[in-house]
Design a protein around this ligand. Structure first.
Ligand code: CP
Ligand code: NVA
Length: 327
């Protein structure tokens, strides 16, 4: 994401902010491991009942949450996190703002920056996020694009660490569509030193740009098409919907062809049994029990999905702390 690097100055986020840039949270790969570690630790501290900068570190601060796509978890977890930290929220759907009538993202960014202290954007286009970050004078947080879901990943990393201990050396197997969440897993694998096995049909692999980035960063990434081989001995199996809100990475495939190609990647009890006996199952939700995961797995004893969903609140407190509360 060349534009993001220009905006926040690359991996060294502290250097970028020293130049007076807003503390954007656009992508896992924009940060070095130490910065991500600090955010996760702040999140853990908030979860444990502590607050690193006082009981209500965001008192007097407001965040705008803008949704160009639907959301349950992202919307509610950001609102709850912000309020519990003493702050306030304004929620905008595209249809109810002038964005829906063609006002530019740039002008929206300039205006909102005069009203609020941070902007979270869930967008249909990576370009919208970049434009918002370029023109906002307050921190912009990525609430999901077609190429990443970094807030989700911070919650996922927190959950994996809670359940399985230190991330380095763990084996995570992603089965199914090489989508936006998979791309964020790739970024996280590079930053936290775990093995990421991706088992995806040829038509639904992550974009070559993400794979090339992983090679450059020397991430321990294994890409194949065999779901059982990927699951074997893994600490964590993870998947996501086969039909993302956007068209996904294979716009040439129609819906039925996409579902047929992904069918062998469903995580059922047989696939789960190939992982370590104490392996966990994760899914960012919303889930479809008829497709990517069997009910026996997502509703079974190895499922961590409800902790994972809860951790959106705690992990986002760590992100909000980095963006708004850190001195
Ligand atoms: N996982 C996730 O981002 O869920 P929502 O689409 O409900 O926000
Ligand atoms: N890959 C999914 C994630 C939803 C939280 C989507 O983009 O629709």
């Amino acid at each position: 994401m060349a534009i993001a690097k220009a905006i926040i100055g690359g991996k060294d986020s502290s250097r970028a902010t020293a130049k007076g840039k807003p503390r954007h949270f656009l992508d896992i790969k924009d940060f070095d491991t130490a910065s991500l570690r600090r955010m996760l630790d702040w999140g853990k501290s908030y979860k444990a009942g502590g607050a690193p900068a006082g009981a209500k570190p965001l008192a007097g601060k407001t965040i705008a949450l803008i949704f160009e796509k639907p959301s349950t978890r992202t919307r509610v977890s950001f609102e709850v996190a912000m309020r519990q930290m003493g702050g306030d929220v304004v929620i905008l759907g595209q249809a109810e703002s002038q964005l829906g009538r063609g006002e530019t993202i740039a002008d929206t960014a300039r205006v909102l920056s005069r009203y609020v202290d941070a902007i979270m954007l869930r967008t249909v286009s990576e370009k919208h996020l970049m434009e918002m970050a370029e023109h906002a004078s307050v921190p912009v947080i990525n609430g999901l694009t077609d190429h990443g879901h970094p807030c989700q990943l911070m919650a996922d990393l927190m959950t994996l660490e809670e359940r399985k201990g230190p991330l380095a050396g763990k084996i995570v197997a992603w089965l199914g569509d090489g989508n936006n969440v998979a791309e964020s897993w790739i970024h996280a694998a590079a930053r936290f030193g775990f093995t990421l096995r991706l088992a995806c049909p040829a038509s639904c692999k992550p974009p070559e740009s993400a794979l090339a980035w992983a090679r450059k960063e020397k991430a321990d990434l294994q890409l194949g098409e065999d779901a059982l081989a990927a699951a074997r001995g893994a600490d964590c199996l993870v998947t996501d919907t086969w039909l993302s809100m956007s068209s996904g990475n294979a716009p040439d495939l129609d819906r039925e062809a996409r579902l047929a190609a992904l069918a062998p990647y469903r995580i059922d009890e047989r696939v789960m049994a190939a992982a370590k006996p104490d392996a966990i199952f994760m899914h960012c939700l919303p889930a479809n029990r008829d497709r990517e995961v069997a009910a026996a797995v997502i509703d079974g004893p190895q499922s961590a999905v409800w902790d994972e969903a809860e951790n959106r609140v705690h992990a986002q407190k760590g992100i909000l702390h980095w963006c708004l509360a850190q001195g």
